[in-house]
Design a protein around this ligand. Structure first.
Ligand code: ATP
Ligand code: ATP
Ligand code: MG
Ligand code: MG
Ligand code: MG
Length: 258
């Protein structure tokens, strides 16, 4: 109740406003998705439908929260970048984080049947989340470079691992073989033992996915004399790009962060 004698207790709430000009990034990640992906028999090393489901959830997040201008995800994680000047929930980290995490979990469960019509969801998936405060655009770029590097390293490792398992090794043996190997050695293993050219694998697996909104013109209606009346529409775009932290990427997508 407002103005009650208990009102003062409100001041005990943690004050966790992310101060301007820090950029707010929220990353969500599936809890124990190693198990979730086993129970739901995801394809190894990459279940395309599961990735498409994650991307569809990210699109819903961007549609729901217009202050999120860019997102990047792979495997069971997604990072959401807010525009610099956002005043969303007074920039309070716990409010923003809890909203995004709960929205993502709900939408993941809601959309499940769309992507897995033949599979029942055996138990409710949960996601954890955290807020990352990026002091500058450069820090944001380093953050994104780090996530994309993880995407690449995980994918390369898992691709090798599952090729070895397919060829008859146990998971333990395959892990032993890969222990301490460098990128180049893994690429060679894939090519020489299995005839796989790593660079030819789908971009979504190797590079992860970016989702952001664009303004696109379309025709709203035709006026009486037949001329089209145009309007701008926000539309989600999915992109797989080699270097999302690089200058070339942000030169093209500069207006995202304004
Ligand atoms: P934590 O709770 O610490 O995040 P986790 O088991 O989710 O534990 P992660 O490092 O997040 O650990 O790894 C995600 C796991 O989910 C990996 O084991 C990965 O193989 C699996 N996974 C996620 N998405 C897919 C997918 N699209 N296809 C196949 N496997 C997937
Ligand atoms: P906020 O996002 O700020 O929390 P809110 O609309 O959820 O906005 P609350 O103060 O949390 O605001 O109020 C919850 C609202 O939901 C009230 O309007 C209440 O009438 C409605 N509501 C919640 N549970 C029930 C219920 N079981 N039956 C009827 N109405 C409910
Ligand atoms: Mg996880
Ligand atoms: Mg993960
Ligand atoms: Mg409420």
């Amino acid at each position: 109740m407002a103005n009650s004698k208990y009102e003062y207790v409100k001041s005990f709430e943690a004050n966790d406003e992310v101060m301007f000009p820090n950029l707010i990034v929220v990353r969500i990640d599936g809890r124990d998705f190693r198990r979730f992906s086993e129970v739901h028999e995801f394809e190894r090393p990459n279940d395309e439908k599961a990735l498409n489901l994650m991307n569809a959830c990210a699109i819903s997040v961007l549609e729901e929260y217009p202050d999120i201008v860019f997102s990047y995800g792979f495997s069971d994680e997604y990072s959401f970048v807010f525009k610099k000047t956002t005043k969303f929930y007074q920039r309070r980290a716990s409010k923003i984080l809890s909203l995004i995490v709960s929205f993502f979990s709900s939408i993941y469960a809601t959309k499940w049947k769309e992507f897995f019509p033949m599979k029942d969801m055996r138990y409710p998936p949960t996601f954890n989340g955290r807020v990352i405060c990026c002091a500058t655009i450069e820090v944001l770029q380093e953050y994104l470079a780090w996530r994309q590097n993880d995407c690449h390293a995980n994918n390369q490792y898992n691709t090798c691992l599952w090729k070895l398992v397919e060829s008859g090794k146990t998971e333990k043996e395959a892990q032993e073989i890969l222990k301490g190997t460098q990128k180049q050695e893994k690429n060679e293993l894939l090519f020489q033992e299995f005839g796989v050219n790593y660079k030819k694998l789908p971009e979504m697996f190797r590079q992860g996915s970016c989702v952001f909104m664009t303004q696109e013109e379309d025709i709203a209606k035709y006026s009486e004399n037949g001329t089209p009346v145009k309007r701008l529409r926000r539309k989600a775009r999915i992109l797989h790009s080699e270097n999302i932290a690089g200058r070339s990427f942000w030169n093209v997508h500069q207006n995202l962060l304004k």
